[in-house]
Design a protein around this ligand. Structure first.
Ligand SMILES: [Zn+2]
Length: 330
């Protein structure tokens, strides 16, 4: 199994503290409050969506807006209750996130382009490893999440053919029926699930749909936020990356591995290529100058860019950054 490390430069501090990300957070929290107040929406209680451990054996992670738990078995963070998938999908379709969550307006297109290239490189790296060439890629919903993604792929990825399946609440229904139909109609070599596992009500159903409808040997590329990240360890529910409606499940490495293996997948690659943890934590400790967290307050008080860079590399190497990537095989 591969655990690669990726880092060429640290993002700028402005990209994690801009008004844009604050505004995005307010928009999503407003949508969540409206959802919570809607008496027609049914919420279903659940246990850990990753490893299945009972919620009664978990710890409280946060209580703002609604209860979130931290699984004692696998460390995954999850909403104790979720609405139906079509309700979430309709909400997203009504409030499209036109811009990236973290970036300011100026940085936006540059940050996006960097992210797009990083995803394409990730697929290219895996292409050389196996005996199967990765010619056809099916993108599930990321084209709705990142509006420029489809044109970027057209510019940057000429050696592969791509199919984009945008968010469609009616066609997807409760069980991602649109994905099942697409997988049966034209079998891809790769299914890309970028920034989706933490937003759906039942992530297990999403992976089970792929497993049931894609031929053996299909690779599934999953990128999601990571509960093992240092940001969540130190800041908990106060972490800037924690936007409840977008983080209904924040998987740990052990949690996602357990879910994938339970569904019959083979895990081929695990990495945490996040770039922002060190900069986010540096910002936090500078703004909260009065707090005294053993070791870390002093570490960040004296930190320069080189130290932050070294920390970020260490987090990636030890699978402790706030973004995880899995490649799993059906
Ligand atoms: Zn768990």
């Amino acid at each position: 199994m591969q655990t690669p490390v990726f880092l060429d430069h640290l993002p700028d501090a402005s990209s994690v503290s801009g008004r844009k990300s604050e505004r995005y957070r307010h928009i999503r929290n407003k949508a969540l409050i409206e959802l919570l107040m809607d008496e027609d929406v049914a919420w279903v209680d659940r246990d850990c969506p990753a490893c299945g451990a009972p919620a009664t054996e978990s710890q409280t992670f946060g209580q703002v807006f609604m209860p979130f738990q931290r699984c004692s078995g696998c460390n995954t963070i999850y909403a104790r209750r979720v609405p139906d998938q079509p309700v979430l999908d309709q909400l997203r379709a009504a409030h499209p996130a036109a811009r990236s969550e973290g970036a300011t307006e100026d940085e936006d297109s540059q940050a996006r382009e960097f992210e797009f290239i990083s995803i394409l490189n990730w697929i290219s790296l895996s292409d050389g490893r196996g005996d199967r060439r990765l010619r056809k890629v099916l993108d599930y919903r990321y084209s709705s999440h990142a509006p420029d993604w489809e044109t970027a792929v057209g510019r940057l990825s000429k050696s592969r053919s791509w199919q984009f399946l945008p968010l469609d609440a009616d066609a997807a229904g409760e069980d991602f029926a649109d994905l099942a139909v697409a997988l049966k109609a034209d079998t891809p070599d790769v299914v890309l699930i970028q920034a989706e596992m933490d937003r759906v009500a039942h992530p297990e159903k999403l992976l089970a749909t792929i497993k049931a409808n894609a031929p053996k040997g299909t690779l599934v590329f999953i990128a999601s936020s990571c509960a093992d990240g240092l940001e969540y360890e130190l800041l908990g529910a106060g972490a800037p990356s924690f936007i409840p409606l977008d983080r209904l499940a924040v998987f740990s490495i052990a949690g996602l591995r357990s879910m994938a293996e339970r569904l019959g997948y083979t895990v081929r690659e695990v990495s945490t290529p996040g770039r922002r943890d060190a900069v986010i934590l540096d910002q936090h400790f500078r703004q909260a100058a009065n707090t005294n967290v053993p070791f870390w307050s002093g570490f960040f008080r004296d930190a320069d860019r080189n130290r932050l860079y070294d920390l970020q590399i260490l987090l990636q190497r030890s699978l402790r950054s706030g973004l995880l990537r899995f490649v799993i095989e059906t």
